[in-house]
Write a new protein. Structure first.
Length: 285
């Protein structure tokens, strides 16, 4: 009899412990806890902490409050009718804790498959069909991503879901189109390279013209400065230098610039340039 009582007491304690554990739920940080009692969702949303409830009539449904990422691999159409393989990330979250009960009431717990993915597939097809395939592989990708997000928000905004961004991570173009784009980019780069070479040649030609103009101007200045008086002065300087030479010289002059012949060469005749010639022989021993 005593053994039966003891067994019943232990069983009651264990049962009570199990019921206590079953009647508590832990709502973690980054989660919303929505209590459902007899099939109805309560507007009072729990945040992080330990929450008690009646396990026979109630249940706490947890909804993520963090930014979630949905990876989607799909074929998207282009304006020219091509089918392009793409991998897309959808970043979304529940807007606020007050939106969680309505989201569960109107959409259900599996709202990703129920509303987010169908809305996304419709939006991406509508947007990408307005762009050429090459635009999806260029700087227009960001514009396409924003357009898809904005179109999705027209449907999801009143559902309590905020689409933060749509990211086109991978775009696989048809081989023929990819080759055509590569050839076009290579031709553009070659044209830019030739334009750069042409600019270099033009700058070099301009530099040569400036240099030639400088030489011309310098020669013109020198020529303008060679007056008869300057030439006479230079002739006197030359005669003075010849007078100091250790070698014999024959100086031929008409009163202007002196001409010289070696005195001991004897083979080259002395000449005069007109006017009165002056022959001098300087011999220093």
């Amino acid at each position: 009899m005593k053994k039966g009582v003891v067994f019943f007491g232990y069983s009651s304690i264990i049962l009570f412990g199990l019921l206590s554990l079953a009647s508590c739920a832990v709502v973690r940080q980054g989660e919303f806890g929505v209590k459902r009692t007899l099939g109805k969702y309560n507007d009072n949303v729990y945040t992080s902490g330990l929450r008690a409830f009646n396990p026979f009539t109630s249940q706490i449904i947890k909804v993520s409050a963090q930014t979630e990422n949905i990876e989607v691999s799909l074929v998207i159409p282009s304006r020219e009718g091509l089918s392009i393989q793409s991998e897309v990330s959808i970043l979304y979250r529940v807007k606020s804790k007050k939106d969680a009960p309505d989201l569960l009431r109107n959409v259900g717990e599996d709202y990703e498959s129920t509303i987010i993915l169908p809305v996304f597939r419709s939006a991406v097809a509508d947007v990408t069909s307005k762009y050429y395939a090459k635009d999806m592989h260029s700087g227009n990708r960001a514009e396409i991503e924003v357009a898809i997000r904005d179109l999705m928000m027209k449907t999801l905004d009143n559902k309590g879901i905020l689409v933060e961004s749509v990211l086109l991570k991978s775009i696989v173009l048809p081989k023929s189109l990819a080759k055509a784009i590569e050839d076009k980019l290579e031709a553009e780069q070659q044209a830019q390279r030739m334009e750069f070479v042409l600019q270099q040649e033009q700058r070099e030609a301009e530099r040569m013209r400036i240099k030639a103009a400088g030489v011309r101007d310098a020669n013109q200045i020198i020529a303008e400065g060679l007056t008869p008086e300057v030439l006479q002065f230079k002739a006197i300087e030359a005669w003075l230098q010849l007078s100091q030479s250790p070698n014999s010289k024959i100086v031929i002059s008409n009163g202007g610039m002196p001409l010289t012949n070696p005195a001991d060469g004897g083979k080259t005749p002395a000449t005069q340039t007109g006017g009165l010639g002056l022959n001098l022989q300087l011999d220093q021993k």
